[in-house]
Design a protein around this ligand. Structure first.
Ligand code: HEM
Length: 374
């Protein structure tokens, strides 16, 4: 896909896809311009039936500012640092399971289960409810196994059932936490207030479900892509082993070079022009951040992984008013996982018989499987 991005950046950076009836935008400069102008380029979703279409990620100002100010209180870098010991504890538990193995799959062992467990913990789901909670979440985040009508129908049914269960469950725990606040996000959100404005129960439930969806596969991909980038580049891996303080910088370069999310939608609100193309009110746009992060006009030697980059203003978490709320959390999780993997398995390598299976989605970028030997 990176060669397609490059071709489009050179030949047709603002392209109208007649078949899909969607504009595709590929250049860094254009994407930043769009993300910084929510008045003309709205985050509203055309399809109101998707679960997150009413949440902050699909909201415009002024409502977005109000809700974002409230939920920010639960996601400051300082608040997130408080979760560090619990994240470390879960990493230990998950990696202990493969302590005696010679070979294991990074995705299945840690990259997949960790983010979901952490979000659930942060939201305030007690350990005793974790299994049923995981089951309901899985039923809403996993897509149909194939494209047959039957399977899609079954999947839709199970998505609705998962939602219903999660809704009822959250309603119950919000009630409990109103009487007995705890050290978790739901308790912070119940009590958060800005100029007399508070979140309703429905808004807290909707937001919790958004967190499950937005923070799950994205962080899984960041962890997997980081392990992959480091293991395929031995000099880089050795450098990090010698100086683990390099990890945050290396993870930023993974975010640019193998961004977990490759595309984001916007809708044109007012007729406007972009690189001579006429965009009309109501038109849909896809912003290819996976392309922007490889744009040669913004990054020297953009197609190379380079730890020495002095400025790395990638768009992996977006920019502007919708900048990813979970960025500090996913950076912290990934950092802690990599630190522990390096410590616990100093001889970790890509398995020679390994199967590296890429995800099929055009919007997400990661691996289904990443086998390593230790
Ligand atoms: C927004 C990526 C992890 C919660 C975004 C956006 C991107 C993104 C690109 C901007 C969307 C837009 O402008 O339309 C990522 C990546 C992640 C990650 C690459 C992991 C590596 C997380 C986590 C959480 C989270 C862990 C929560 C626990 C959110 C929320 C928004 C958001 C709530 C919407 C913010 C708003 O609309 O104001 N994310 N995300 N994300 N992300 Fe993340």
């Amino acid at each position: 896909r990176f060669s397609w991005y490059k071709k489009m950046r050179n030949e047709s950076p603002v392209y109208y896809d007649e078949k899909a009836k969607i504009w595709d935008v590929f250049l860094y400069e254009d994407i930043v311009k769009i993300l910084k102008n929510p008045k003309i380029f709205s985050s509203e979703r055309k399809n109101k039936n998707i679960p997150t279409s009413n949440s902050i990620i699909a909201m415009d100002p002024p409502r977005h500012n109000k809700i974002r100010a409230l939920v920010n209180k639960a996601f400051t870098p300082r608040t997130i640092q408080m979760w560090k010991p619990r994240i470390e504890w879960h990493i230990q538990k998950l990696l202990e399971k493969v302590q005696d193995e010679n070979q294991f799959d990074i995705v299945k062992t840690i990259a997949y289960p960790l983010p979901l467990t952490i979000i659930a913990t942060i939201i305030g789901v007690p350990n005793s409810d974790m299994d049923k909670f995981r089951e309901w979440t899985m039923s809403i985040v996993s897509g149909p196994a194939d494209n047959s009508k039957e399977t899609i129908k079954e999947n839709t049914k199970s998505v609705y059932k998962g939602f219903k269960n999660l809704n009822d469950y959250f309603a119950e725990i919000i009630e409990k936490k109103r009487n007995e606040p705890q050290d978790d996000i739901i308790s912070v959100l119940i009590n958060a207030e800005e100029d007399g404005f508070k979140l309703s129960n429905e808004e807290i439930i909707g937001f919790s479900i958004l967190l499950l969806i937005a923070g799950h596969e994205t962080t899984t991909n960041l962890i997997t892509n980081s392990v992959y980038c480091f293991l395929e580049n031995e000099p880089l891996l050795n450098q990090i082993k010698q100086d683990p303080d390099l990890l945050p910088k290396a993870i930023e370069e993974v975010l640019r070079y193998r961004s977990p999310v490759h595309a984001m939608p916007r809708i044109v609100k007012e007729n406007t022009e972009l690189r001579g193309q006429k965009l009309k009110a109501g038109d849909e746009i896809v912003l290819w951040i996976g392309s922007a992060n490889r744009d040669e006009n913004q990054f020297d030697c953009a197609e190379e992984f380079n730890l020495q980059r002095t400025s790395n203003s990638h768009l992996a978490f977006g920019t502007g008013i919708h900048f990813c709320l979970g960025a500090p959390l996913s950076r912290l999780e990934t950092n802690l996982v990599l630190l522990e993997l390096i410590k616990r398995f100093p001889n970790m390598k890509l398995s020679t018989k390994h199967t590296i299976e890429p995800l099929q989605s055009p919007l997400m970028y990661g691996l289904k499987k990443l086998e390593v030997t230790v």
